[in-house]
Write a protein that binds this ligand. Structure first.
Ligand code: 3PG
Ligand code: MG
Length: 396
């Protein structure tokens, strides 16, 4: 990685501003899932161990800029940090003109998206953020696809800009599933729409040996192969795009296996009964909400034979009691496989939680959109700016 790393710096007595992604689900002031906070702990503890005075910052949600929104305060995160760092972490509301913090101490800046100019990356705000500390640490992998004042602009103005351990870990693990991967690679891309994952599908077929599609995406592919998908969620407009993807996959010798049996319902209802059918037996009234047991077994075999598994998106409506089968079997097979596995995305993490398979997955990324964009081969702006700072410092 051609950028400066926090682990290589002497931070003793230095003020360090660490941008994290503390954008976690919060309901009635309670944090619903602290995975992103847990993932950042190591970075914060390392900065403290190196003798730094630590300023933490993050966004939460998508507030209107320029005013405080009590629904989107980082106060619950400050309490979580206070508990897990075993020291008081004060939440600062007024910080743009300077922050006083001593080595060994940690403070948290209130939601960075309350600041005017955050989203549009105003230079004035970026400069203020850059001047808060001696060193800026970009550790928010989950927000690295945003070119905002606290992820991108700040790195232009900070005296020193480097990547944090979580950011580095995320990049290493994603690379281990892509460029540095051991073959065979199986990718599973589920979810409702081909349109939202088109760039991902297109990029993955060039890299992987097998691409398993799931959910509404699989239904559109099924329709493209002439199968009857009835009332199932699918995108008729994208059938020709699916044809192109299938042709490209064929040219590249990438397997895209199609479901041979499916779990169907009459209505989209959480109490609906599941009727398994071979794909040739589906009717115009059927709604496909899951794969069938034969398909699940096929997929399991492909995963068991692989050395690398990339998982983004469920392959059925696993939130409904009678349609968990496909995604559950998939989750358990991935967790039980010898392969290096990486998983990410909101629905995927919900499935990992529901089927309790965390321990079997080699790496669960904190990135949603950032994970997808990285996998698509896009350069994430918050990483690009660190690289360009590094390249500039090596000139002369
Ligand atoms: C996320 O959860 O996707 C990141 O924290 C980025 O948030 P955003 O999508 O609102 O920019
Ligand atoms: Mg997002």
């Amino acid at each position: 990685m051609p950028f400066l790393k926090m682990t290589d710096l002497d931070l003793s007595g230095k003020k360090v501003f660490i941008r994290e992604d503390f954008n976690v689900p919060i309901k009635n002031g309670e944090i619903q899932n602290d995975a992103r906070l847990q993932a950042a702990l190591e970075t914060i503890q390392l900065a403290l161990a190196k003798g730094a005075a630590v300023i933490l910052g993050s966004h939460l949600g998508r507030p209107a800029e320029g005013k405080f929104d009590p629904e989107l305060t980082l106060a619950p995160v400050a309490s979580w940090l206070t508990k897990h760092l075993r020291q008081n972490v004060e939440l600062l509301h007024d910080y743009l003109h300077g922050v006083s913090v001593a080595p060994g101490q940690v403070v948290l800046l209130e939601n960075l998206r309350f600041n005017v100019g955050e989203k549009k990356c105003y230079d004035a705000l970026s400069k203020q953020l850059g001047e808060l500390a001696d060193v800026f640490v970009m550790d928010a992998f989950g927000t690295a696809h945003r070119a905002q004042a606290s992820t991108y602009g700040v790195a232009k103005f900070a005296p020193i800009a480097c990547g944090g351990p979580l950011l580095v870990r995320e990049i290493e693990n994603i690379e281990r599933s892509l460029s540095n991967a051991q073959h065979p690679i199986v990718a599973i891309v589920g979810g409702s729409k081909v349109s939202s994952k088109l760039a991902l599908l297109d990029a993955l077929i060039e890299k992987v040996d097998t691409l398993i599609v799931g959910g509404g995406i699989a239904n559109t592919f099924l329709a493209a192969t002439g199968a009857r998908v009835g009332k199932s969620l699918h995108e008729p407009d994208l059938i020709s795009v699916c044809h192109e993807i299938l042709e490209k996959a064929h040219r590249l010798n990438t397997l895209i296996p199609m479901p041979i049996d499916v779990g169907t319902a009459e209505h989209f209802d959480e109490h609906a009964e599941c009727v398994f059918k071979d794909i040739i037996d589906t009717t115009r009234d059927d709604m496909i909400l899951d794969v069938g047991p034969k398909t699940a077994k096929n997929y399991a075999k492909l995963i068991q034979q692989s050395k690398t598994v990339i998982w983004n998106g469920p392959i059925g409506v696993f939130e409904f009691a009678h349609f968990t089968q496909g995604t559950e079997k998939l989750a358990q097979t991935i967790a039980g496989a010898d392969a290096f596995s990486i998983a990410g995305g909101g629905d995927t993490i919900a499935a990992i939680d529901q089927f309790n398979v965390h321990d079997g997955i080699s790496y669960i990324t904190t990135g949603g959109g950032a994970f997808l964009e990285y996998m698509e081969g896009k350069k994430l702006p918050a990483i690009a700016i660190l690289e360009s700072r590094f390249a500039d410092s090596n000139k002369i």
